[in-house]
Ligand binder design. Structure first.
Ligand SMILES: Cc1ncc(COP(=O)(O)O)c(C=O)c1O
Length: 448
């Protein structure tokens, strides 16, 4: 099928996620046909640098021989069987590897297929854990979760309930369960005193909430270090650690959503490592398979797992799981990706890319329409603003910058007027320089 026909059929039949379809249909979006390394190629033969890691999940580039071969090898054995009452080799080996690499104490792995599902699993486990950890006569029903302004944990009913981004959540608000909200202190390189004040203020507020709702809160759900979908909002150093201390003190589960920040994006394999934090539950997805296949993993402690043990007829079982839970092809891809992160010293490359991004974007920071640039590791948000304040939504300024990037052969995505740069952790330095320069030129094209 030629490019024109593909685009016609796309417009006639495909409903794209998180996409304003009325505008999309006029934008001649690239139809990707293949990829090589860190580049994507469309049906018209144009080449694009993948500047957003194919929605924040690609780690080593595309068509990586070691991952391709791992999937092919597994395909020669079996593509799919169920984890409901059976097992398969890659899911066992991957669970063992995740337990080895994860923060101490996270010894059990529950699989699902996407980030939102992995967080739903964590919410259900936390709720059921408190009902079952004591004998049923003194079990307590804790059904509240503490969540943070700016949080995004997915688009299912449960994850929207603990998410705060208004345009994703508000249309469905009558369907959502109530949660308890508080703020995250922001990182502020320019003003460390203000950062410390914010850290103290919001830690005290969290403490107040935990005290107020003692015995009703099942968990505090946090995106460690960076709220990605909020526009790469970076947190004050030390906050994650405070959350751990407070959740321990008040006997509340700490649930770390590492879906966006995991697998090297903040500089360590998991963001929690940066503050020596071991949460009670941790959710992984996106980069878990190197960006190849849909897979998520919810890791929990032995203490949580043990609360689900008992006679099969006692009602303590975790009744959750989907048809493709623990799919062998996805687990094989994940094993190969984890191996490459170690063998190729990907975390060392991240250190280099972190400094490169900082240097390359320094000049852009002085652009009159760049309000601020937030960076943690290799996650970057460039926030645009007009001389008189935020751009009106109908100007779609951020979106127009991404279209200008595309014209120049780079794919990035915006969140409102924040341009998100998310290079793959294994991307070579020269491509990251190209990414920064192209985005700088696209901003100049769009907001001269
Ligand atoms: C922190 C975080 N949690 C959860 C999700 C949802 O993941 P998925 O889109 O795979 O459901 C995302 C997606 O961007 C995310 O950034």
């Amino acid at each position: 099928m030629d490019a024109k026909r593909l685009r016609e059929l796309d417009n006639q039949t495909v409903w794209h996620p998180f996409t304003a379809m009325s505008a999309y249909r006029d934008e001649s979006a690239p139809v990707i046909v293949e990829a090589s390394g860190f580049h994507l190629f469309d049906a018209e033969g144009r080449r694009y640098l993948d500047g957003h890691s194919s929605l924040w999940c690609n780690i080593h580039g595309h068509r990586v021989p070691a991952i391709d071969n791992a999937i092919r090898d597994q395909l020669d054995r079996v593509a799919h069987t169920t984890l409901l009452g059976l097992s398969n080799v890659p899911s066992i080996e991957l669970a063992a590897e995740l337990v080895r690499l994860a923060p101490a104490g996270l010894n059990k792995v529950f699989y699902s297929d996407c980030g939102a599902a992995g967080v739903e699993v964590a919410l259900k486990i936390a709720y059921q854990y408190y009902r079952q950890r004591q004998s049923s006569s003194d079990a307590v029903a804790r059904n509240m979760f503490v969540c943070f302004d700016g949080a995004y944990h997915g688009d299912t009913i449960g994850t929207m309930s603990i998410g705060s981004i208004a345009r994703f959540r508000n249309p469905y608000s009558p369907l959502l369960f109530p949660a308890v909200w508080t703020s995250v202190p922001s990182a502020s390189l320019a003003d460390p005193i203000l950062e410390q004040q914010q850290l103290d203020l919001w830690s005290q507020e969290l403490e107040r909430l935990l005290e107020l709702h003692r015995d009703a809160i099942a968990g505090v759900v946090i995106e460690p270090l960076v709220q990605a979908a909020a526009g790469i909002r970076t947190q004050a150093a030390g906050f994650l650690h405070r959350v751990r201390e407070l959740t321990r003190r008040f006997d509340v589960l700490m649930i770390a959503d590492e879906i966006a920040v995991g697998f090297g994006r903040t500089g360590t394999l998991f963001a929690c490592e940066r503050e020596s934090v071991s949460p009670d539950l941790m959710i992984l997805s996106k980069g878990l398979t190197g960006g190849y296949m849909p897979l998520a993993a919810t890791l929990v402690t032995d203490e949580i797992y043990d609360a689900f043990l008992g006679d099969p007829w006692a009602g303590r079982t975790f009744y959750h799981g989907h048809t493709y839970t623990g799919n062998p092809l996805a687990c094989a891809a994940a094993l190969a990706s984890l191996n490459l992160i170690e063998c190729n010293r990907v975390l060392e490359n991240v250190q280099l890319l972190e400094a490169t991004l900082r240097n390359e974007l320094a000049a852009l920071d002085r652009h009159p329409n760049v309000k601020t640039i937030r960076q943690q590791g290799i996650m970057v948000g460039i926030e645009l603003e007009s001389e008189s304040g935020p751009y009106p939504p109908e100007s779609r300024c951020g979106h127009r910058v991404t279209l200008a990037c595309r014209q120049r052969g780079v794919i990035v995505r915006n969140i409102g007027d924040v341009i998100v740069l998310m290079p793959a952790p294994a991307m070579p330095q020269e491509l990251v320089i190209e990414l920064c320069q192209t985005v700088g030129m696209a901003i100049a094209d769009t907001v001269p």
